[in-house]
Design a protein around this ligand. Structure first.
Ligand code: FES
Length: 242
């Protein structure tokens, strides 16, 4: 693969042609907030927190879905970008009912972490306060739609890693909801394998294990890399004795 040279925050760096800007930034130690991105899953470019400015392009671009290209001039933390990131986080908080003090993920939530890191101490928008349900019909897990930010990590991990495609997104805009099977109670889903991968990748308290304490809520992402490495090395391929 060809190597390209680009400039990030006035520093010249090299990258593989086509490599995502987000991975280039991380390789060079540039911190970038992300919510929908998770190493090991396909990119969605949905949360827009990783937006960057590209010189000569009036539109902000999501770094996770923008490939590095020769001669790119990238800015990652301009005043405009910080302002927009703050606005995105405030809008996420105002769209559903993110009451951290009574959330099972309080202290382990990626949304809460990003908001604290950027210095968000209030929300300038009206709270929508939607009356959203919870589904606790599954034996081991529950989904609280009030905490969901529609990042679709659950949808992607279930489809791409577990291969079950239990989860999907129904509806439009602020009325969208993650659903199991054809919008039936999770506990009645025949396609769910109860693997819990969706729970582990959920960045907020939308998907959680029943009966777990807040201290046990730290989610594990290591399994993604482990499964993907195993697939690449074909360790579970038929005929290799595993
Ligand atoms: Fe890039 Fe969400 S991480 S848009």
């Amino acid at each position: 693969m060809a190597v390209v040279t680009l400039t990030i925050n006035d520093e010249m760096v090299s990258a593989q042609e086509g490599q995502s800007l987000l991975s280039v930034l991380r390789e060079h130690g540039i911190e970038m907030p992300t919510l929908c991105h998770l190493d090991g899953l396909s990119e969605r470019g949905g949360c827009r927190l990783c937006m960057v400015e590209l010189e000569g392009n009036a539109r902000l671009q999501a770094a996770c879905v923008t490939p590095a290209a020769e001669g790119m001039m990238v800015h990652t933390h301009s005043e405009r970008l910080v302002k927009y990131r703050m606005m995105i986080l405030e809008l996420l908080f105002s769209e559903r009912n993110h009451v951290c003090a009574v959330c099972v993920m309080n202290g382990n939530c990626e949304l809460q972490y990003e908001a604290a890191k950027i210095g968000m101490d209030h929300v300038r928008y009206d709270y929508l306060n939607p009356a959203l349900p919870m589904d606790a019909s599954h034996e081991r897990y529950a989904v609280d739609h009030n905490r969901c930010i529609l990042c679709s990590r659950c949808v992607r991990v279930c489809d791409e890693i577990e291969g079950a495609h239990v989860w999907d997104v129904m509806g439009r805009g602020a009325n969208s909801r993650v659903i199991t099977d054809l919008n039936q109670p999770w506990g009645t889903s025949l396609s769910c394998t109860s693997c819990g991968k969706c729970v582990q990748v959920c960045p907020t308290g939308a998907l959680f294990t029943k009966g777990a304490t807040v201290a046990e809520m730290e989610k594990q992402h290591d399994f993604l890399r482990w499964i993907l490495d195993g697939r690449e090395k074909k360790v579970w391929a038929h005929g290799n004795g595993k």
